[in-house]
Design a binder for this molecule. Structure first.
Ligand SMILES: Nc1nc2c(ncn2[C@@H]2O[C@H](COP(=O)(O)OP(=O)(O)OP(=O)(O)O)[C@@H](O)[C@H]2O)c(=O)[nH]1
Ligand SMILES: [Mg+2]
Length: 729
């Protein structure tokens, strides 16, 4: 946008210049145009005359007239004001003293041209316009006003001349102020930045109380420039409270008066530009004496000695400020031009790069990518049509103008990719597939490389290699289904699935048989296209499996079964041996291969039968080894949960042997009678013991303590129930 803006500005400037050539405004002489915006009688004509006189010499500002019209105008005014008459002597012109008088109101607009030398260095042609101040009056209309306004609008800086003599005339001051504001608005709509320097020049400062000389000319010294960035009220406070002003109360009053009366104008300017200044000057130095009156205008005579105060300052400041502003503007424009050129250059340079990297290359890659995607990412599965699509895309890329002329380095790689698609052949693809089949074979051959079964959910634990083989086979098995590649990968995939299934069902021998049948069938059916790699795989699957399987199972079963025997036989807990172990062994038995593990299975069968025997009533002879002190016991075996009847009228003493029938679940009651107590055949007893566990027989064997009577008995059984425990052997 900025770039466009710059161009737009340029075109505007051109059209403005063109217009200038067409209308009367073009008549203004060239040079830095300084506008003096002042009402009639504000002292413009006297100012230019005095200024010229004052600036003939000087370090800061020097003026020299450059054209005759100006010279004539200024000279005549000079003669008037200084009272110099010219008389023709004999052959020479002689200046004589004449009557001093101020110039008449200016009648036409007169461009005055000077060369200004600033600080003895730069010579700057300048133009100022003198005119009848009526032209700026708000009541005035007409051509003159238009021309003067036209000039002002072209000016590089404007000095607003204010005649302090009208301070007392409120209405007139207001009219002047609104004319000033009107001009400012024409320069730049309110609130917008003022682009040219503006100054307020209070002429005839000699009439202001407290005005005494040059040091009062400039109101805002350069170190206080920041006051100008404040709003008007703050600005006014700062000015009036500054030492320079406040120290002279008469002068402070005059300044306050001026600021107050011109406040509406100042409010528009202050805060909008730093290029603003207020000057107090006097063309005459001392106040002229009133000698008469004309229509609406008093007539004064210039003072005897004209001692101008501060007349150079406003012009010096104006030219300097214009120069500075121009320099800044120039610099800004230069920066803009440089920035614009840089951007243009950057764009020009990056266009080919962008074209290649954002459009050309991605487009080509995209074509290849989508073709590959449709072939499962496998180059070998692409169809002839697809390949020619990719081939053409890369050819187009490598032959494009930009690649040939700007990025020749991209040409070779592009061509290499293209040739790959061009020289595609099925044989290469089949070779690739065979490599995968060979990897499959290697896995089948080495049982340690087989996928393991996860015992918890009977799923396969596949390694990276397994998944990679599976993925590759799947990748080859895509695209054109009428190729040898498709068929071969299909066969391999079938084997892969059957192989996985076999591992998942180790007990099922038919799975391996299925593989065998499949391999044989394939080798029969596709005899012409079975590759060596495929043959190798078939062999590994058919013959290898038996060997490896036997080895593995035997090994596994051997190790595991030894453990089982050890664990079971080593556990002396009858409950474990008779109940839990049976359950475990049943499970193990289910996993055994009867062909190969008949022994183990028989072992388990014997074990289970032995355990089952505990479900049948069995006779035990119970011998009371020890029963102290002639005491006796009664023993009764009952079915689960039943109370003993104590119907048997028999007492058992130490050394007695009795027979009992027992099976799993029977409970055994023993009543202990002290020799001293009365015997009730067990119904009442000195002490009792009930063995009510499922395997109570094991509790009966050995030492039995009766804690109430504090006696122990000892029983030995035949057969020892421990010897009846099932055993893996
Ligand atoms: N007190 C005082 N009066 C001045 C000074 N300069 C000019 N005058 C008075 O102001 C009057 C007008 O001055 P001009 O220079 O003719 O004013 P102008 O702005 O050219 O007026 P137009 O040509 O009508 O626009 C003079 O006749 C003087 O009486 C000054 O420095 N001090
Ligand atoms: Mg004049």
């Amino acid at each position: 946008m900025k770039i466009l803006g710059l161009f737009k500005k340029g075109s505007k400037a051109v059209s403005k210049a063109g217009k200038k050539g067409g209308d009367k405004a073009a008549a203004w002489p060239s040079g830095t145009k300084i506008g003096v915006y002042g009402h009639t009688n504000s002292g413009k004509t006297v100012y230019f005359t005095v200024l010229n006189e004052e600036s003939k010499m000087g370090r800061d500002l020097q003026l020299s007239i450059t054209d005759d019209a100006t010279a004539g105008e200024i000279l005549s005014n000079y003669r008037n004001i200084w009272g110099v008459a010219t008389e023709m002597g004999t052959g020479t012109m002689v200046d004589t003293r004449g009557e001093k008088k101020f110039p008449e109101p200016t009648t036409d607009e007169i461009p005055l041209q000077f060369n200004a030398i600033i600080d003895g260095e730069d010579k700057i042609p300048i133009v100022v316009l003198d005119y009848n101040g009526k032209a700026v009056s708000i009541t005035e209309t007409g051509e003159l006003k238009e021309r003067v306004n036209g000039y002002m609008l072209q000016a590089d800086g404007i000095m607003f001349f204010y005649d302090p003599k009208i301070l007392g005339a409120e209405l007139e001051t207001k009219a002047h102020v609104s004319s000033f504001i009107g001009m400012l608005e024409k320069l730049a709509p309110l609130k917008k930045k003022l682009h040219i320097p503006v100054s307020l020049v209070i002429t005839k400062a000699d009439i202001l109380p407290g005005f005494s000389g040059d040091d009062q000319t400039v109101l805002v010294s350069s170190e206080n420039e920041s006051w100008l960035s404040e709003n008007f009220d703050a600005f006014q406070d700062m000015v009036l409270s500054s030492n320079k002003i406040a120290s002279n109360s008469a002068w402070a009053g005059s300044v306050r008066n001026i600021l107050f009366n011109l406040r509406d104008f100042l409010k528009v300017v202050v805060g909008r530009t730093l290029n603003f200044q207020i000057f107090f000057i006097s063309n005459t130095g001392s106040t002229p004496e009133k000698i008469g009156a004309d229509v609406g205008r008093s007539i004064y005579a210039p003072p005897a000695r004209i001692r101008p105060v501060g007349v150079k300052a406003p012009l010096y400041w104006m030219i300097n400020t214009i120069r500075r502003a121009k320099r800044v503007r120039g610099l800004k424009r230069f920066t803009k031009v440089v920035a614009t050129l840089s951007i243009i250059w950057m764009i020009l340079v990056s266009i080919p790069y962008l074209w290649n990297t954002v459009w050309l290359l991605p487009r080509t890659i995209h074509i290849e990518d989508s073709v590959l995607a449709s072939a499962n990412g496998n180059f070998y599965n692409t169809t002839t049509k697809d390949r020619s699509l990719v081939k053409d895309a890369w050819r187009k890329y490598s032959q494009s103008w930009i690649i040939s002329n700007i990025f020749p380095k991209f040409k070779n790689p592009a061509d290499r990719i293209r040739t790959r698609y061009e020289e595609f052949n099925l044989a290469e693809a089949l070779e690739q597939l065979d490599l995968t089949i060979i990897r499959f074979t290697a896995v089948v051959k080495d049982t340690s490389l087989w996928p393991k079964m996860n015992p918890s959910d009977k799923s396969l634990l596949m390694t990276k290699e397994h998944t990679s083989i599976e993925d590759e086979l799947n990748n080859f098995h895509a695209g054109d289904d009428n190729t040898e590649l498709f068929r071969r990968s299909g066969r391999a995939l079938t084997y892969w699935e059957l192989y996985k299934n076999s591992i998942l069902n180790p007990a099922d021998t038919s799975t391996w048989e299925t593989i065998r049948q499949q391999v044989l069938q394939d080798q029969n059916l596709y005899v012409a296209e079975i590759s060596n790699a495929e043959k190798g795989l078939g062999q590994a699957l058919m013959t290898g499996q038996k060997v490896t399987k036997e080895k593995v199972v035997a090994q596994k079963a051997g190790v595991e079964f030894d453990n089982v025997i050890e664990n079971v036989n080593g556990n002396s807990d009858p409950d474990y041996r008779i109940n839990k172990a049976v359950r475990e062994l049943r499970q193990i038995r289910g996993q055994l291969n009867p062909e190969l593990q008949g022994n183990e299975m028989a072992m388990i069968d014997r074990y289970i039968n032995a355990a089952k025997a505990f479900d049948e009533r069995r006779k035990f002879s119970v011998r009371i080894q020890k029963l102290p002190d002639q005491d006796h016991v009664h023993i009764e075996v009952v079915t689960k949960g039943k109370d003993p009847g104590w119907g048997e009228i028999s007492q058992y003493f130490e050394g007695d042997e009795i027979e009992i029938w027992w099976k799993k679940g029977y409970e055994i009651h023993i009543a202990y009678d002290l020799v001293t107590d009365q015997c009730a055949w067990g119904k009442t007893a000195s002490d009792r013991k009930v063995f009510d566990s499922e395997l109570s027989i094991f509790d009966l064997n050995g030492e039995i303590r009766f804690s109430n009577v504090n006696k122990s008995i000892s029983i030995r059984m035949k057969p020892d129930p421990r010897e009846l425990l099932p055993k893996l052997e």
